[in-house]
Structures are given as structure tokens and as C-alpha cells.
Design a protein around this ligand. Sequence first.
Ligand SMILES: Cc1cc2nc3c(=O)[nH]c(=O)nc-3n(C[C@H](O)[C@H](O)[C@H](O)COP(=O)(O)OP(=O)(O)OC[C@H]3O[C@@H](n4cnc5c(N)ncnc54)[C@H](O)[C@@H]3O)c2cc1C
Length: 593
Amino acid sequence: MEDTLVKNVLKGGEFIIKDSTPEDIFIPEQWDEEQLMIKQTVVDYVGQVEGKSGKIEHQVELLSLAGELGFLGCHIPDEYGGMLLDTNTVTLICDHLGAIGGGWTTSFAAHTGIGMLPILYYGSEAIKQKYLPELAAGTKYAAYCLTEPSSGSDALAAKTRADLSEDGTNYIINGQKMWISNAGFANVFIVFAQVDGDKFTGFVVDADSQGISLGAEEDKMGIKGSSTRQVFFENVAVPVENMLGELGKGHLIAFNVLNVGRFKLGALAVGGSKKSTDIAIKYANERKQFKQSISNFGAIQFKLAEMAIRSFTLESSIYRVSDMLKDAKDDLVSKGHSYSDALLQAAEEYAVECALMKVYGSEVADYVVDETVQVHGGYGFSEEYPAARAYRDARINRIYEGTNEINRILSVSMLLKKAMKGQIDIVGPAWNVQKELASMPSMNQPEGEYGLEENAIKDFKKMVLMVAGAAAKQQMDGQLNLKEEQEILMNVSDMMNDCFNAESLILRVKKLKGMDKEVSQEVYDAMLKVFIHDATSRMQKSATDALASFAEGDLLAVMLRGVKRFCKYPPQNVRSLRRVVAKTLIDANAYCL
Ligand SMILES: Cc1cc2nc3c(=O)[nH]c(=O)nc-3n(C[C@H](O)[C@H](O)[C@H](O)COP(=O)(O)OP(=O)(O)OC[C@H]3O[C@@H](n4cnc5c(N)ncnc54)[C@H](O)[C@@H]3O)c2cc1C
């Protein structure tokens, strides 16, 4: 009994091979008094700024106010002017700030994430002291210049050059960057350039340096309030001490910073998704057709329930990852690592989970805003209502911080790399699944209230191991080159995401069972059942698609029997279950979960 109360911290990617208990995870219902006060400050700020967030000319004012309230420095140590809150509180802040639309969240994420973190992680002490306090205070603003017209996903193919000056005191930067968020008002640019044409390196560059000019504001589909411009560098002299990290090691900066950026994007998507669901619930209650509220209709109730289920699941996963990052960071700090090094290494450890959260967060948000438009009917298409702007604003999330295709590919390749380096043992568990397939299926009935769901999730993990294990074996036998088979990588990534999210959801639902709460447990149980029901179909399809793409004959037949065996979660009455969820939302006239 005692043992189950000890928190078991999984290593990055280990969720595929190990189970967790409710005690292992953090859920938002565990916020303490101080965190609840911070949450209220954020909620007040959101209410105050929402009306201005869609205009570029207000971004500086709104960021500066966020700086005064401490939101911009919440992840920065106090010696550099920050507040250094714990990771879960930083996640809480991002989550609730995510409710702000119009492009403000992009300005915030570009400034605090990809803008400030390269300095925190890789700047010399003097550079940190010089730049971080003003960036944390919100009196100066940062932008991140990686993408170029001809290098987006293939970021390391950048052509911008940096050449050492004859006297050896400066690097001279020449080139062009594209799609740079915050470019119009940033004082500090993080710039990636090829030293001597081939050593990809990061620099901190003052935006008022001679030789920097900006393109016009891009005419974008959404996030119109965020500034997005090209940045041109013509013989821009940057002091050698402004180099970040080591010469030729800029890829480490670019990619490590993106790990945190991806997680943050997922956290911001939580707030955006809950807000949009809330708007849809209120509209559905208010709008009358056929002499009744449209929220009376089953088709609308389906949408409201599904929006809530996905938002709630995303929130569960995000706080689970947040707590993993927190534990890893705290552990490293206790072993003598500096805060910035610990933060960097923790994000690297959970890079697989960060990539999954980027994909899931952006796709939940897109689903929710799309259904919000639909619930609004024609009014959803009008700029007079908030649904249209939210729909346009959310779309970018699947494109930046690494497109969702790139993040899907990365999530699987990073997991396989960890396995090959011996950092996690996938081979042993995959072999156990093979042995299980060769044996008679167990006739034991699952035990406990959530036994069926727990078994389903264990089976989901077995399916990932079965598919990924078989593909990896074919790769080792020279029959398959997974790098060239992205469709299979996409399937495996989607299966991994469903495993992680289903487990995060069940752990939260089980943990909630023992807690005082306003919403009945029946609602959480209903959400869990709907999610597992739907995830079973998705798992079945992804596994079948992947297997049929590379296996044939007896091997395929055995594996497909495995898919059937691991997809035995009984069909649920999802109509009734979604109605239970929808009724709670409709009665509360709010996203109340
Ligand atoms: C509003 C906005 C703000 C941005 N802010 C910033 C910023 O602040 N700083 C910055 O540096 N950049 C920024 N970006 C750039 C953004 O990160 C890139 O647009 C993104 O990385 C994709 O690059 P790309 O546009 O060149 O598309 P491409 O790389 O050309 O991709 C086109 C399509 O091909 C797919 N694809 C590409 N390579 C592969 C592959 N190997 N395998 C499978 N599919 C592939 C992609 O997934 C995508 O679907 C921003 C972009 C926008 C639109």
C-alpha cells in the first residue's frame, strides 16, 4: 500500500512501456491557494486586454503590462529579474493566458519562449545580465530569427552568413529572415547564421544595430494582432561576445528551445480551447430555433460534449507533462545543476512528450474553434462574433514551432533513438508483446471500477510496441527504411499520442474520484468512456494502416489478429454518455469542468 503512494517519475518516452498511478501525476485540481491567486491575476489580465489583443499597435502596451504583473519573467531566476515560479505555476499562467485571442499569445510565446530562452540557456553570464532583466520586466521585447524564405522546416539549410571581422571583434551578419514574430517592435533578435558559410551558430543582436531593416507587416490569415515581418541584415556588426553557446552548435539552441516552445504552445492551446468551448456553450443556450434553444438538439450536444472532452483531456496531458518537467528540473537542481541547465536538460529529456503535446494541443484547438463556428451557424462566419477570429487565429498552431508533420516524425524518431542509445528499453517489452501474441488470450475479467479502461490503455501501448517493434525489425533486416516511410511514422505517432492522452485522462479521473468537486464523478467517467471508445477505433485504424503498409502474408495475419485482440474495449453508448457531459455544460452555461 505504502509503495503506491510513492511518486514514480517516468523518464522521457517511458509512458509507452510503463504504467503510472494517479499519485504520479499533477492535476489542476491540486492548485494551492497561492496558485489560485495567481490564476485570478491572470484571469483579470485576460479580461482587461482581450479587446486590444487583435491590433499590432497594442502589443507593446499589453506585453508591458504582462511584464509588470510578472508573467514575462515567471520562468526566469530572480538574479536576472524574474520571479522563478515552479513549472506547474508557469503552466497555469500559460494555460489561462491562452484564452487571449487575436495574436497576443503569439507575441507572448515568441517573447518569453523562443526569444528569451536562448539567452537563458546559452548566453554568457554578462549576456544574461545585460538582456534578461529588461525582457522579464517587459520594457524590452525579443524575437527569434531562424526561418528564411528558402529554409523553413529544413532550418539548418539557412543561408544567412556570419563572418569574423578582420580585427576579430565582431561577426558581420548578412542575410534575410522570414516570418519573424514580434519583428515590428522587438529590441533584441536571436539570429541564426552560418559562420564562414557552414557553421550554424546563434547570436543575440540588438535590433537597432546598423544595417538591420524590416519588411512590411505580412497580411496574414489570422493572429492579425501579432507583428510578423521579414528582417534583413546587411553587414550588421555583432560583438563576438554576443555569440550564444558554441561556434557551429546553433542547432542545439534552435532545437532545445523548440522543445519548451512546443510544450508552451500546448499549454496555451488549453486556455484557448476551454474559452472557445465556453463561448459555444453560451451561444447554444441563447440561440433559439424551432422555438427552443439549439443546445436542446442532440447534434449540438454532441459537439459541446466532444469539445469539452478533448479540452479536458488536453489539459490533463499538459499538466502531466508539466509535472514531469518540474520533477526532472528539481532533481537536476538538487544535484547541483544551474537552474537554466536543469530547465534545458529536463525539456530535452521529455522532447518526445513536448512534440506530442504540440501536435495534440494544436489539433484540439483547431477542432474546438471549428465546431464553435458551426454551433454559431451563419453568425460564426461573421466578424461581429468571436468565433470567426478564433477560427483564423488557431490555424497557425499546426504550422509554427515545427509543423505537425515534422513533430509527428520527431516524436517517433526521438523515441527510437532513445531506445537505440539504451536510454529506455523498448526491445524487451516489444518482445513480451510478441510472446503474448503467440499465447492464448486471457479469459480473466478486468478488476476494479476502471478495469476495462485500464486494460484498454495497456492494450493501446502493446499495439504501439507491436507496430513499432515490427517496423524496427524490418528496418534492421534491411527490408524497410523508416525514414522514407513517413506515413508509418505518422500512424505510430498518432497511436503514441492516444496512449499518452488516454492514460493522462484516466489518471486524472481516478484522482478526482477521491476529491471534493462541484461536477459529479459520473461526468468525468462518461468523458473517459467516450475517449477510450473513440481512441480504440483510431488505434485500430492507425495500426491496421501501418501494418498493411509494410507487412504481408503470415506476418500481417498474425499482427492483424493482434490488433483485434488489443482492441477489445466494448462499444459504449456514446450518445448517452455525451449527453451526460453536455447536460452539465448546458446547465452550468459554461465550461465548468
Ligand atoms: C505567422 C507565423 C509566425 C512565425 N513566426 C516565426 C518566428 O518568430 N521565427 C521563425 O524563425 N519562424 C517563424 N515562423 C516560420 C515557421 O516556423 C515556418 O513557417 C515553419 O517552420 C514551416 O516552414 P515553411 O513555412 O518554410 O514550410 P515548409 O518547410 O516549406 O513546409 C511545407 C509543408 O511541407 C511539409 N514538410 C516540410 N519538410 C518535410 C519533411 N521533411 N517531411 C514531411 N513533410 C515536410 C511541412 O510539414 C508543410 O506541410 C512563423 C510562421 C508564421 C506563418
